[in-house]
Write a protein that binds this ligand. Structure first.
Ligand SMILES: Cc1cc2nc3c(=O)[nH]c(=O)nc-3n(C[C@H](O)[C@H](O)[C@H](O)COP(=O)(O)OP(=O)(O)OC[C@H]3O[C@@H](n4cnc5c(N)ncnc54)[C@H](O)[C@@H]3O)c2cc1C
Length: 339
């Protein structure tokens, strides 16, 4: 029978480690336990909040309702032909473990997403992305359970409305579905994307001309470990803000004032400006406010030296947004889910 705890601390379940307590808490390992948890919440008229690896959330001091921590395991090949393979993973699988499985089995496409923290089930929620690849590039479909009715529904890529760190599960269907499994379509032959960031360069420096998938993930691991704080040593939730997208006119105006401003062109009329650069220019890189600061090696990451409250984090978030707005006239929006 499912164990449901009352007034349970969530602090150890998030990578940002702010203190938080759930009214009710349950760990689910299979579908029956999930349905039991949903029935409990319905009977007690409690809201449900789903927690994966807790690497993309800022939880408030008290979470009203039932927090369901997802630990559903299982990976299987569901279809295979000469060029493609469909692989399904249960949503509680650790994302990087899933990527390692695909690499070991010579299924190609997820390499650049190695070492993104958290679970498989959260990956479609914000369409995880790194080094020029997003989940949507390999996504096939997902199956989800409606938390209102308990019914199962299949979502195609189109249904998910993927965008930059975005999907329907962050908007119209926020909090409505429990993503149960995710199926990706992978290649049987490698087609690595090495042109983004420093992956190609790092491989060259190591003298690797024809990399294997293992070489690629190892290199990504080295690059990430050199740039990003390990959340298990210095608590953080990765990039706290999204890179703002601006139109051509705004881009031109900013470029005249700040000719050193880095940018990525998305299409003819849209540009992305790195939020880390904006925060640094606004003077907040490495500046400490009690136990929290924007990380000195990458200003986009908010770190907790220990013991920070969600209020202290939110105060710094507000300071950062205000400073960037004042200096550049741009609005930053949070990538992290504030609950
Ligand atoms: C150091 C560091 C580096 C990072 N780098 C990247 C990066 O390069 N690219 C990137 O995209 N992200 C990055 N992230 C963010 C994070 O790893 C991803 O967003 C990840 O997918 C979150 O997974 P999680 O299981 O921890 O989700 P959680 O934080 O537990 O949850 C995130 C959201 O998804 C919802 N959710 C979780 N599971 C389910 C489910 N089964 N069904 C429905 N909703 C669900 C939650 O309710 C919540 O709203 C990084 C984080 C850290 C700490």
């Amino acid at each position: 029978m499912l164990k449901i705890e009352k007034k349970h601390s969530l602090t150890k379940y998030t990578t940002l480690k702010v203190s938080s307590t759930a009214d009710y808490f349950a760990i689910v390992k299979n579908k029956n336990e999930l349905l039991e948890a949903i029935a409990f919440a319905r009977a007690k008229k409690q809201l449900i909040f789903i927690l994966g690896g807790g690497s993309n959330v800022l939880l408030s001091k008290t979470i009203k309702g039932l927090v369901i921590k997802n630990e559903m395991q299982g990976i299987k090949v569901v279809e295979k032909n000469k060029s493609l393979v469909l692989v399904e993973a249960s949503s509680g699988e650790i994302w990087s473990k899933f990527v390692s499985y695909t690499v070991e089995n010579k299924f190609y496409g997820l390499e650049n997403l190695f070492l993104i923290y958290g679970t498989v089930g959260a990956a479609p929620v914000q369409n995880i992305g790194a080094y020029g690849v997003e989940l949507k590039d390999c996504f096939h479909h997902l199956s989800a359970i409606d938390l209102k009715t308990g019914n199962e529904k299949i979502f195609s890529a189109n249904d998910c409305r993927f965008g930059y760190r975005d999907s329907i599960f962050k908007n119209k269907l926020k909090g409505r579905y429990f993503i149960y499994s995710v199926t990706v379509a992978l290649l049987r032959k490698p087609d690595f994307k090495l042109g983004y960031g420093s992956i190609g360069e790092a491989l060259k420096l190591k003298g690797i001309k024809k990399p294997t998938a293992y070489d690629v993930i190892k290199t990504i691991e080295e690059i990430r470990n050199s740039k990003l704080p390990n959340p298990f040593i210095l608590p953080n939730a990765g990039s706290f803000f999204k890179n703002p997208e601006v139109n051509l006119q705004t881009f031109k105006n900013l470029f005249v004032k700040y000719p050193d401003m880095p940018s990525f062109q998305i299409n003819r009329s849209k540009f992305k400006i790195p939020a880390g650069w904006l925060i640094e220019q606004a003077g907040l890189k490495g500046k400490k406010f009690g136990p929290v600061r924007m990380y000195e090696k990458q200003a986009l990451i908010l770190v907790n030296e220990g013991g920070a409250s969600s209020k202290q984090v939110l105060n710094l978030v507000a300071k950062v947004k205000l400073a960037v707005k004042k200096k550049f006239g741009l609005d930053l929006s949070e990538e992290v889910n504030i609950i």
